[in-house]
Structures are given as structure tokens and as C-alpha cells.
Ligand binder design. Structure first.
Ligand code: GTP
Ligand code: MG
Length: 168
């Protein structure tokens, strides 16, 4: 399972929360924390692959090119990818980088789910509407899109259920 999403969206935190570990994957409030590709073995069943985020403004031009290349490269090694977990911030519309990433994902034809993170930052009564808004801006009607909050550790059950169905 490959985690894609812009820098600081919460990919590393997602790994920690979903596995109930505190510092399994290193997270940070400084964007660009994850600089390497890290594999986390989950019960010998699959790996969470925590990737460096894109759209990190302090990235040099070279780093941006490298990150663009690794994304394409990884999506081509498709036999190793059982699921793409695409993280977005529930508060914002997808950025142009997000849309580019989303386009890569669609073209890869690999299974994916969209996770809208940081749901704790908005009122719980607004979660459904914001998820719908993001769904509309992505233009998807067929794929799974779920809210999440690493901070509050909510909605993890629904996401595990989805992951379990896909890996079975
Ligand atoms: P890169 O490694 O730079 O690509 O970032 P990342 O996507 O791995 O983000 P990371 O998990 O390091 O989290 C970035 C910041 O967002 C940290 O300060 C986290 O504590 C915070 N964060 C992550 N998830 C949530 C969430 O659900 N709610 C809130 N409020 N903060 C979150
Ligand atoms: Mg990270």
C-alpha cells in the first residue's frame, strides 16, 4: 500500500495511527520530513510504504524532478502495489499538484482509496459535506473516499475494513 499526498498532509501520521504506534513512522510539523521511502511491515501481510510528499516549497528543482520521477517509477512497478492510499486535506480543495498526482493514479489503473485527513480541524457536522465537496472536485463517483483524523484517531475502523476487503 503506497501512501501518496502532498508534504505535511499526514502520511507518516496515518501509518502511526492506523498501526497504533507513536513513532513507527517519523512525522513532523516541518514539511518535507520524510525524505526517503520507508517500508513498514504490517503483520507480514503487506507493507505501508511511506513516501516523501510532493509540493514542498523548499524542495530544490532537482528534488522536485526526483520526486516526480519516483512517483512515475513506482506506479510502473505495479505488481508491488496492492493499493494506493491518496491523502488530501479535508479543509482544502485539491491543489494543482494533487490533481497531477490524481491523474497519475487514474492512469495507473491501480486500486486506490482517497483519504481526507485532518477531519478534527472542522466541525464533525461538516465532515460529510466537505468529503462530498472534495469528491466533486476530483470528479470521482466510483471510488472510495473516506474522512480521517490522525490527531483524534477516528474513522480508522472504516478504513481498515476497506483495506481488508481489498487485500483479501
Ligand atoms: P512529509 O513527510 O513532509 O511528506 O509529511 P507527511 O505527509 O508525512 O505529514 P506528517 O505525518 O509528518 O504530518 C505533518 C503534520 O501534520 C504534523 O505536525 C502532524 O502532527 C500533523 N497532522 C497529521 N495528521 C493530522 C490530523 O489528522 N489532524 C491534525 N490536526 N494534524 C495532523
Ligand atoms: Mg512523512
Amino acid at each position: 500500500m503506497y501512501l501518496f499526498g502532498k508534504s505535511n498532509v499526514g502520511k507518516s501520521s496515518f501509518v502511526n495511527t492506523m498501526t497504533c504506534r507513536k513513532n513507527f513512522a517519523r512525522s513532523s510539523n516541518t514539511p518535507g520530513k520524510t525524505r526517503q521511502i520507508n517500508f513498514y511491515n504490517i503483520d507480514d501481510k503487506f507493507y505501508f510504504v511511506d513516501l516523501p510528499g510532493y509540493g514542498f516549497s523548499k524542495m530544490s528543482k532537482e528534488e522536485k524532478i526526483i520526486s516526480g520521477n519516483y512517483i512515475e517509477e513506482y506506479l510502473q512497478k505495479r505488481e508491488n502495489i496492492s493499493l494506493i492510499i491518496f491523502l488530501l486535506d479535508i479543509r482544502h480543495n485539491p491543489t494543482s499538484d494533487d490533481m497531477l498526482m490524481y491523474d497519475y493514479i487514474l492512469r495507473s489503473n491501480l486500486p486506490f482509496i482517497v483519504i481526507t485527513n485532518k477531519a478534527d480541524k472542522i466541525a464533525i457536522t461538516k465532515v460529510d459535506d466537505e468529503v462530498k465537496r472534495i469528491k466533486n472536485s476530483l470528479g470521482i463517483s466510483y471510488s472510495t473516499i473516506l474522512p480521517f483524523s490522525s490527531e483524534r484517531k477516528i474513522y480508522t475502523d472504516k478504513i481498515w475494513k476497506e483495506i481488508d476487503t481489498i487485500i483479501e
